[in-house]
Design a protein around this ligand. Structure first.
Ligand code: SAM
Length: 281
């Protein structure tokens, strides 16, 4: 017997999925985790009632949150991922052959269950010697580390539950301290059609700590509501404004193929639709 599972992110609007099979459902040490099978999307993961990832559309988000900052920077050696327990960002980051990656995820159960039920997300990346997985709170890690990173990618849950601290001014300030000179911070920043306050709040909290701050967009079917924003901060204003030719040359040199990301999409993603632009002061 199938069961319908609703996302409970918004008060007066829901998306729901038919679960032909519920593979895992448990309260972990940090959050409610459910993994189920859907005929169209394949395997789906939700945390605290919010869709995190699906087999069918994960490539869109994972490519855009990884390759845009790495190729915009152009000389990345060390990446820090905060969150990202399903392994999708790690897989994309490690496609860049010169890059080492530290990943700090608070919930070991998410990693364990992703390895079991979403093997294609990490595609072996957790076992890659260039990956250093640390189970810890991302806020605490950036406060205490003495390491410097060229890119920090915050692949977090929404600002409820354990992810809430990853949307604070304190966290952004600590990220700034562990970025290298031309380093770039990118964070998951919600769907502004529904979560407009995430754009305004993030801008107010993030921009004081960096010379340059903005947003770029990506449309992911199961992060429903049109475009999602990814927040961007750096001390190098040029990084956000690279020409398509520069990005094209770097992408070609990187030597791998993608399913969503192209240099044109990369550059175009920084042109915001007016309703989002108006949220950005
Ligand atoms: N791509 C998804 C999205 O946009 O909604 C996020 C997926 S990923 C599974 C989110 C991860 O962030 C979860 O595994 C969660 O455990 C982790 N997380 C939440 N709060 C955290 C914190 N304070 N430190 C480190 N990881 C955290």
């Amino acid at each position: 017997m199938s069961r319908w599972i609703s996302e409970t992110l918004y008060g007066s609007y829901q998306q729901r999925f038919e679960a032909s099979d519920v593979l895992f459902e448990e309260k972990t040490e940090h959050q409610d985790l459910i993994i189920f099978e859907n005929e169209f999307f394949g395997r789906v993961m939700a945390l605290d009632g919010v869709i995190q990832t699906t087999d069918r559309d994960e490539f869109i988000y994972h490519e855009m949150i990884s390759h845009v900052p790495i190729l915009a920077h152009g000389n990345v050696k060390n990446v820090l991922i905060i969150g990202g327990g399903d392994g999708g960002v790690l897989r994309e980051v490690l496609r860049h052959e010169d890059v080492n990656c530290t990943m700090v995820e608070i919930d070991a159960s998410v990693v364990d269950m992703a390895k079991k039920y979403f093997p294609a997300h990490a595609d072996g990346a957790f076992e890659n010697p260039r990956c250093n997985l640390i189970i810890a709170d991302g806020l605490k890690f950036v406060k205490e580390t003495t390491e410097k990173f060229d890119v920090i990618i915050v692949d977090s849950t929404d600002p409820i539950g354990p992810g809430e601290v990853l949307f604070t001014s304190e966290f952004y300030s600590d990220c700034q301290k562990c970025l290298s000179e031309a380093g770039i911070l990118v964070t998951q920043n919600g769907v502004p059609f529904f979560q407009a306050d995430e754009v305004t709040t993030t801008q107010a909290r993030m921009s004081p700590h960096f010379a340059d701050m903005g947003f770029y967009v990506v449309a992911v079917p199961t992060y429903i509501g049109g475009f999602m924003t990814l927040a961007w901060a750096s001390n190098d204003p040029a990084a956000r404004r690279q020409s398509v030719d520069v990005i094209e040359a770097r992408f070609k040199k990187a030597g791998f193929d993608t399913f969503y990301y192209t240099p044109g999409v990369h550059v175009g993603a920084f042109s915001l639709p007016r309703y989002i632009e108006k949220l950005v002061k």
